[in-house]
Design a protein around this ligand. Structure first.
Ligand code: M6R
Length: 610
């Protein structure tokens, strides 16, 4: 969840590090720090501060670092210890010779810390990370890698580490177990980072450090080893997206930019995945025989990806008749689910680094299931443990609130359902072609929705004062209601609940009065009339209704206070369209309230700890 960047080369390290850190801020932003080795004294020098990177920049202006061409830095999302200066990274040992930045959690840190304290080590912070610096101090007898290996062998949990030491002032050390870490390969300079955007404007040549690997990196050499000491020959990949993809490009926020990228994301998906009447799911890793043999599907995911998965359940079951179970990953991993070799597991994750989803996959694999992941990040940890992968290729998503990755996940689930439906037939081939035909219209329909965004802005202005929102939907749009509520609460901090509209009378109706706003997702559908009944019940209790309805639906005016229209589309595909107004509504309300849209409090983009 935290962001790491390290540098070794010929330039002033802290300048490079701050530049990279700013691009990683979406990973965590409660405090930050930078440490370099001074070229003048040969000693470690550190600056740390509470709050965003901007605070660190200002600190460095007031109190500049010495010249130094090697360094590490970190933006933190607190796990152990409050978000303050002392707990921010880097952390040093007693002798201040070793400096560590860390992403992840050291689960056995308390035992290690108690032992180290007994042996006389003095701790400054409440973090789990600091134990690593003290352990290296104890184990180091002239050979860093030997000490590093010894320390790592005692650590339990997930971690990505970046370390510098004045004992070896030309080498940047790194290791990973669980948490992601990449090495950027430059000319007379090299980098480590927790994510590609940090270094993309400096190099597009990347080594994905694998689990259980460590590296010793100088300005012109990268040596990679297993934890057992075996030298590995690392593969250098070329990143195929540009710096523009990780910049706002004139939009006020990344979230707004990413909302506007959705037509293109879909266009790209259609271009690469649909050839005439055929769906190409390259990467799926299943033979025709295996596809025919699937008798149950399990979807596991968290947050927004879970909501995409819920819609996937409706869609796959409707088109194929294959029973689909879905769990949030954190429940799946601990509840001993019934899985066998005929079960297909579909984990869904934008980042591919979500700790709970990775653990759920491990659980499923141990039981013999096949794993086909739906993922956005090439080379991520999830992809590495899957039998097949359906990349969503939505491009880097920087806003903490997931938008384009969500619709790309939905798109992929529709295509998968359509593909499976050729072998597990619950719909006729005419129906399949009709769905496919309408699916191809989505980019055009997205553009038309985005053209009406000002009407959503007006509705947001008139409703941002409500202290509580309820989102209601039915059938395939019940998960849309959950997603709409999640979007609003995470970026505006307004309590928002998503419900199946049919459940309203079983509890949530008690919330409704003139102080609540209710978003009713009511596009044309077979159960449209049921939604209208719900709306009447809300009006009778003076609740304010924002309806999302199908263009041309005039009768809804009688029932709703505000209406956002989406274009006509068949019901099964409607979650794809209603997603956009829900995102825009949440976005504009957040802006109205002056919230930090892209970096909402307490959240981080990828949740790499349990
Ligand atoms: O990277 P993942 O898709 O696995 O992340 C899952 C959730 O953490 C994520 O969707 C989260 O709920 C977003 N902040 C929602 O906007």
């Amino acid at each position: 969840m935290c962001g790491i960047i390290g540098y070794v080369g010929e330039r002033q390290a802290d300048h490079v590090l701050i530049n990279g850190l700013k691009k990683l801020e979406y990973r965590g932003y409660d405090s930050s720090g930078v440490g370099i080795i001074s070229s003048r004294t040969g000693k470690l020098v550190v600056r740390k501060i509470h709050g965003k990177i901007q605070n660190l920049e200002e600190l460095l202006k007031k109190s500049p670092l010495d010249k130094g061409t090697i360094g590490i830095s970190h933006t933190r999302w607190a796990t152990h210890g409050a978000p303050n200066r002392v707990n921010s990274h880097p952390h040093a040992d007693c002798s201040k010779k070793f400096l560590v930045v860390h992403n992840g959690i050291i689960e056995n840190y308390q035992i290690l810390k108690d032992q180290l304290k007994k042996r006389g080590h003095k701790f400054r912070s409440d973090t789990d990370t600091e134990v690593i610096a003290h352990m290296i101090e104890e184990c180091y007898h002239g050979d860093f890698l030997t000490a590093f290996r010894k320390v790592i062998s005692q650590l339990e949990g997930a971690f990505a580490l970046g370390i510098i030491t004045q004992m070896h002032p030309e080498t940047l050390y790194a290791a990973r177990v669980g948490s992601p870490l990449i090495i950027g390969v430059g000319k007379n300079e090299n980098y480590i980072a927790s994510d590609v955007p940090a270094i993309l404007d400096m190099t597009d040549r990347i080594i994905y450090l694998k689990d259980g690997q460590m590296a010793a990196i100088t300005k012109d050499k990268v040596d990679v080893f297993t934890f057992k000491g075996k030298r590995m020959r690392p593969k250098v990949d070329k990143i195929n997206y540009s710096v523009d993809a990780v910049q706002k490009q004139g939009f006020a926020h990344f979230m707004l930019k990413e909302i506007h990228e959705q037509p293109k994301v879909f266009e790209q998906m259609i271009k690469t995945r649909i050839k005439g009447k055929k769906i190409i799911l390259e990467g799926i890793g299943l033979t025709e025989k295996q596809i025919k043999g699937i008798d149950r599907i399990f979807i596991v995911a968290c947050g927004t990806a879970y909501h995409a998965g819920l819609i996937g359940k409706y869609v796959i079951e409707a088109m194929t008749g294959i029973p689909v179970n879905i769990d949030v990953s954190s429940e799946f991993r601990y509840r001993d689910p019934i899985i066998d070799r005929k079960t297909l597991i579909i984990p869904i994750s934008q980042s591919g680094e979500t700790a709970d989803t990775l653990a759920a996959v491990k659980e499923a694999r141990d039981k013999g299931a096949k794993v086909i992941s739906i993922c956005n990040v090439v080379g991520s940890s999830l992809v590495r443990v899957s039998d097949g992968v359906l990349y969503t290729h939505a491009g880097p998503e920087i806003g903490v609130a997931s938008t384009k990755a969500y619709v790309a996940q939905l798109g992929m689930l529709y295509l998968l359902a359509l593909k499976l439906s050729a072998y597990h037939m619950r719909i006729s081939s005419r129906e399949r072609q009709k769905i496919l035909g309408d699916f191809k219209k989505v980019p055009f329909l997205y553009r038309s929705i985005l053209k009406t965004k000002h009407s959503v802005l007006n509705i947001a202005k008139k409703n941002s004062h409500f202290g509580c929102f309820l989102y209601l939907g039915r059938n395939v749009n019940y998960p849309s209601a959950l997603e709409g509520a999640l979007k609003l609460k995470e970026i505006s901090y307004i309590p928002a609940e998503g419900y199946a509209a049919g459940e309203m009378k079983h509890g949530p109706i008690a919330l409704i009065d003139e102080y609540r706003a209710v978003v009713c997702i009511s596009p044309q559908s077979e159960i449209y009339e049921k939604m209208i009944s719900n709306m009447q019940e809300i009006r009778a209790r003076k609740g304010k209704i924002i309806a999302i309805a199908t263009k041309g639906d005039m009768s809804i005016k009688k029932h709703a206070n505000f209406i956002i229209y989406v274009p006509v589309i068949q019901e099964i595909l409607s979650p794809l369209l209603v997603a956009l107004p829900l995102q825009l509504l949440a976005y504009y309300i957040s802006v109205q309230l002056g919230c930090d849209v892209d970096q909402p409090r307490n959240l981080a983009k990828s949740v790499t700890v349990e």
